[in-house]
Design a protein around this ligand. Sequence first.
Ligand code: APR
Length: 237
Amino acid sequence: ASAQRPEEVIQRYMEVVAGVQDEDCIICMDQLSNASGYETQSTEEGPSVLPDTVGKFIKCGHTLHMLCMLAMYNNGTKDGSLQCPSCKTIYGEKTGTQPKGKMEIYSIGQSLPGHPDCGTIQIIYSIPPGLQGPEHPNPGQPYSCRGFPRFCFLPDNDKGRKVLELLKVAWMRRLIFTVGTSSTTGEPDTVVWNNIHHKTEMMSNLSGHGYPDPNYLDNVLSELASQGVTEDCFKAQ
Ligand code: APR
């Protein structure tokens, strides 16, 4: 997916709209009736995007300079996906920067507080230290890994198993962890959780990341959805 031309990615998820727009571009803040301040890069492979072209996202309908969106895309991981800067709707498969590692799944007979009689799913994430890639904050520098392997728990019921399947998709798309500064320890250049909450305590709740928590499964489903990971992922494949 990463081999696609950036212009093609933009044109797949945005359509050209004609006529003067009485709105501002959310990226450059200039009026849509004025041209984007970015310069058109001429490419050998085909026509590029012109500065005065206004694009409209095919699902959410937000409009902005196509060239501004192209510049934003080129600044990111260039994974073939777009995110509307207005409403955050994701087009294509968003991927992250999670380093290499292992996700393992086990069954535990004992049940979690608040989820009696269904047993427990245990996820074990193992990530060894390594060197940061170009997608990380300090390419070429090492990253550390604290608290690995990390043990996480889900109730082994229908909803918990659904969350597990979506977490597997998020793992494949490198969305569970990222490299950055830990907000708990302040340590930079380390592997940290990436906005998809996990329950790391099974029978206690000392950290606040334990059970019982009646809203947890719904909360993590919406965190997954905001990364573009929903049940639609299963239909599409
Ligand atoms: N368990 C689960 N999630 C946690 C924990 C924890 N013990 N501590 C923080 N988080 C959540 C935070 O709520 C935040 O949303 O992880 C997110 C990122 O916080 P950071 O402190 O930047 O993440 P990180 O350094 O990866 O983790 C802190 O989590 O699993 C433990 O061993 C790990 O002690 C470490 C802690």
